[in-house]
Design a protein around this ligand. Structure first.
Ligand SMILES: [Zn+2]
Length: 283
């Protein structure tokens, strides 16, 4: 009999410990859902938030799109107390694929190459290297990253690792979202007065042939610089199944190497690109 009581007591103790532990680690809000909702983020995250950098701009009325593309549209469908007395919001949006912080899928300029939904996830996650050419871009708004810039970076940091994503920092992020300064023109449809830095053909060919990177990105509207008419850098890189990331935000917050990038585009089947949420995790 004593043994039975002891066994029940032990079982109750175990259940008590488990319930206590579950309660401590629960992600459920502490307040009942009928109370005023709090925007406070529930405590506990497995990751140090100071090490997570958001490289994506907001999508809203001010988001910069290519001058010939339709800007981001967003409108409320329902907003507020519903007939049932509860809060309900929903909106609809429409957007061109190539605007704001977005992906250029290889099929964008590479016939028969990967579409947005076909890029393997493993290629959207990887070590990120950042080449800073912002000083050169101050002197020349149409500056293009050269192969020498890459060689210089490698002299200081070692060879660009396989399966990495290379980001070019031009410093143009400081102009966002001022279209006139960021693009060189704020006239809708005007593609003749575009001025911003990009990546040169020789640098693109070097990356496509001599290195094994998964993607390239830049803090301007295009991996080809503003005056480009032949989009040769897009053609070389996309042709090699290397994707692009454009209008990348907050590049000044990344180290030259050592961070990990995660760039997850909207999974548009057959898409030539699309909005992408990019984060970097600092070492
Ligand atoms: Zn694009």
């Amino acid at each position: 009999m004593h043994k039975l009581i002891l066994a029940i007591a032990a079982a109750l103790l175990v259940v008590g410990i488990v319930l206590f532990a579950v309660n401590r680690t629960s992600h459920a809000p502490e307040k009942s859902v009928t109370e005023t909702p709090s925007r406070t983020i529930v405590e506990h995250s497995g990751i140090d938030e100071s090490k997570v950098i958001d490289l994506t701009y907001n999508f809203d009325d001010s988001t910069i799109y290519w001058p010939t593309a339709k800007p981001f549209q967003w409108e409320k469908e329902s907003w507020g107390k519903s007939a049932g007395g509860y809060w309900y919001t929903a909106a609809r949006y429409a957007a061109s694929e190539h605007g704001g912080t977005h992906l250029d899928a290889p099929v964008h300029f590479g016939e028969g190459r990967l579409a947005a939904d076909e890029i393997p996830l493993a290629r959207l996650v990887g070590p990120v290297v950042v080449i800073d050419v912002s000083e050169a871009c101050v002197k020349d708004a149409d500056y293009r990253l050269t192969a020498d810039d890459i060689v210089l970076w490698e002299k200081a940091n070692g060879q660009i690792p396989d399966n990495s994503i290379l980001l070019v920092r031009s410093g143009w992020g400081k102009f966002w979202p001022d279209k006139k300064k960021y693009l060189g023109t704020d006239t809708p449809g005007d593609t003749t007065n575009l001025h911003f830095p990009g990546i040169s053909r020789e640098a693109a060919e070097f990356l496509a042939k001599q290195r094994r990177i998964d993607g390239v990105g830049i803090d301007t509207a295009s991996i080809d610089h503003g005056p480009s008419k032949d989009f040769i850098t897009h053609r070389v890189l996309n042709g090699a199944n290397i994707y692009g990331l454009e209008n990348v935000a907050n590049l000044d917050r990344l180290p030259a190497k050592g961070a990990t990038l995660i760039a997850l585009p909207m999974k548009i089947k057959g898409g030539t690109g699309g909005p992408v949420r990019i984060i970097a995790i600092l070492p």
